[in-house]
Design a protein around this ligand. Structure first.
Ligand SMILES: Cc1cc2nc3c(=O)[nH]c(=O)nc-3n(C[C@H](O)[C@H](O)[C@H](O)COP(=O)(O)OP(=O)(O)OC[C@H]3O[C@@H](n4cnc5c(N)ncnc54)[C@H](O)[C@@H]3O)c2cc1C
Length: 387
C-alpha cells in the first residue's frame, strides 16, 4: 500500500521481497466490512461473506451470533494482497522479487539497502526506507529500532482441510482446545476450509487434537498437508520511525491483539507511511522528528484499539475454563447481544468500544468481581487502557 500510494504520487519506488509472489504467507484471510470498503478486493478474490459465526465454549456449548448484514469477508489472501502490488507496478513501482534484503544502512544523506538474489548482490540507495518485512524482521535491529525480538506475540498455526458441509466460521475456546487463546475453522470455497489456532507457544499437540476432534465429529473429512506456523505480533514497537525510515504492518506490531488480524492495519499503516513520506519530500526533511508524524497518525486512528485490545487479551488469558464459560454465557446472552452486538456502533474492525461497553455492563462487572483477586488487576488495567 505504501508503494502503491507513493508510486501514484509520482515517486520513484523500489520494492524488494524475497518471495516469488507478494502476499504468499500464512493467513486465514478474514477482513472486516470497513477494510473491504476502504481497500476493496476484486470480487473474484472473495470466497465468502460472513454474517454469522458460532463460538464453542469450553464445555462444548455452541453460541451462534448472527447479524443481519455481512460483518466480515473471507478472501483469497494471497490474491488480495498481491493485487495491491500489481496496482503499484502499474503505477510505476519497480518490484525486485526473490530479493532478500540482507543489510541496510542509514546515513545523513541517504538510506541504502543490499539484497541478494541467486547469490548475486544488489545495492539500492534511496531517500526513504519503509520496512514492511512482517513478523520479527531482523531489519528493525539494523535500523536501530528494536532489539530484534518482537514485543509480544502469538504463534499462528494453520492447516487446510476438506470440510464440504461447513458453511460458517466456528471459534473454539478453552484449555482443552488451546490454553490462553482460541482455535478456528473457516470455510473457504469448493468444500475447503482452514483450521487454525494462535497459541502463545509452540504446541503442536493441541493443533493435532483439534484436527482429530473435527475429524471425529465429521466436520473435517481430510487434512490436506502439514500444519504451518508463523508469528503474529500483538504489541507495537516502542518506536515505529527513525531518520529516513518508517516501519509498517506486522514489522511494527500493528495487529489487533484480540483476534490477531493485521491485514487492515497493515494497509492503513502503509497509507499513513506514504502520506508522511510525501510530506517529508515536500519539506526536504527526512529527520526522525519530521517522520514522527507517521506514528502520530496511526496512533490517532488505532492506537487505542491496540492498547485496549492488548489488555483485554491479558484479561482473557487469566481466565480458567469455568470463568470463561460464565463470561461467555453472559456476553452472548440475549440481553447483552441486544445491547452490545446489535448496537449500531458494533464493528468487526474496531473492538475497543465493545470491550469497554461489556466491561462496564453491570452484569459483567458482577461476574468479573466474582472471579476474585487473580483477575481484578487485569480488569483494572484494562479500564485504565482507554485513557
Ligand atoms: C495463521 C495466521 C492467520 C492469520 N489470519 C488473519 C486474518 O484472518 N485476518 C487478518 O487480518 N490477519 C490475519 N493474520 C495476520 C496477517 O497475516 C498479518 O497481520 C499481515 O499479513 C501483515 O502484513 P505485512 O505486509 O505487514 O507482513 P507480511 O504479510 O508478513 O509481509 C512481509 C513481506 O516481507 C517480505 N520480507 C521479509 N523479510 C524480508 C527481507 N529480509 N527481504 C525481502 N523481503 C522480506 C516477506 O517475504 C513478505 O512478503 C494471520 C496471521 C497468521 C500467522
Amino acid at each position: 500500500m505504501a508503494a502503491l500510494r507513493l508510486a501514484q504520487a509520482g515517486r520513484d519506488v523500489a520494492v524488494l521481497d524475497w518471495r516469488a509472489q507478494v502476499g504468499d504467507k500464512l493467513c486465514t484471510g478474514i477482513i472486516g466490512k470497513e477494510c473491504v470498503t476502504k481497500f476493496p478486493p476484486n470480487p473474484e478474490h472473495v470466497y465468502r461473506e460472513a454474517s454469522a459465526a458460532t463460538i464453542v465454549s469450553p464445555s462444548g456449548h455452541r453460541f451462534r451470533v448472527e447479524k443481519s448484514e455481512p460483518q466480515a469477508y473471507i478472501v483469497d489472501r494471497v490474491a488480495y494482497v498481491n493485487s495491491f502490488a500489481v496496482k503499484a507496478q502499474e503505477a510505476g513501482a519497480n518490484y525486485l522479487l526473490e530479493h532478500r534484503v540482507t543489510s541496510l544502512e542509514i546515513s545523513k544523506t541517504c538510506a541504502s539497502v543490499t539484497a541478494t538474489c541467486n547469490g548475486e548482490e544488489t545495492t539500492l540507495e534511496a531517500q526513504m526506507l519503509v520496512i514492511a518485512g512482517g513478523f520479527g524482521s531482523p531489519l528493525l535491529r539494523m535500523a536501530g529500532l528494536a532489539s530484534g525480538k518482537p514485543e509480544d506475540y502469538m504463534i499462528g498455526c494453520q492447516s487446510i482441510v476438506d470440510a464440504p458441509e461447513l458453511q460458517e466460521t466456528e471459534v473454539f475456546v478453552g484449555d482443552s482446545v488451546v490454553p490462553s487463546s482460541f482455535g478456528w475453522i473457516v470455510p473457504l470455497t469448493n468444500g475447503k476450509a482452514l483450521v487454525g489456532m494462535a497459541p502463545r507457544e509452540q504446541v503442536g499437540r493441541h493443533m493435532d487434537r483439534l484436527l482429530e476432534n473435527l475429524k471425529d465429529s465429521g466436520v473435517v473429512k481430510n487434512v490436506l498437508g502439514q500444519t504451518q506456523t508463523w508469528g503474529i505480533p500483538i504489541r507495537p514497537l516502542p518506536k515505529t520511525y527513525g531518520a529516513r525510515v518508517l516501519v509498517v504492518g506486522d514489522s511494527a506490531g500493528l495487529v489487533k491483539p484480540t483476534t490477531g488480524g493485521g491485514i487492515y492495519y497493515a494497509l492503513l499503516s502503509g497509507e499513513f507511511a506514504a502520506q508522511t513520506i510525501g510530506e517529508a519530500f515536500e519539506a526536504d526533511n527526512f529527520s526522525s522528528r519530521q517522520l514522527a508524524h507517521y506514528e502520530k497518525a496511526w496512533k490517532g486512528v488505532f492506537g487505542k484499539e491496540l492498547r485496549v485490545g492488548y489488555y483485554a487479551r491479558l484479561l482473557f488469558e487469566t481466565l480458567n475454563d469455568q470463568q470463561l464459560e460464565s463470561l461467555l454465557e453472559e456476553f452472548l446472552s440475549e440481553e447483552m447481544l441486544n445491547e452490545v452486538m446489535n448496537a449500531p456502533d458494533f464493528s468487526f474492525d474496531w473492538h475497543s468500544n465493545i470491550i469497554m461497553k461489556v466491561l462496564r455492563h453491570a452484569n459483567m462487572r458482577k461476574i468479573i468481581r466474582s472471579f476474585g483477586p487473580a483477575v481484578a488487576p487485569f480488569a483494572a488495567r484494562l479500564l485504565r487502557a482507554r485513557a
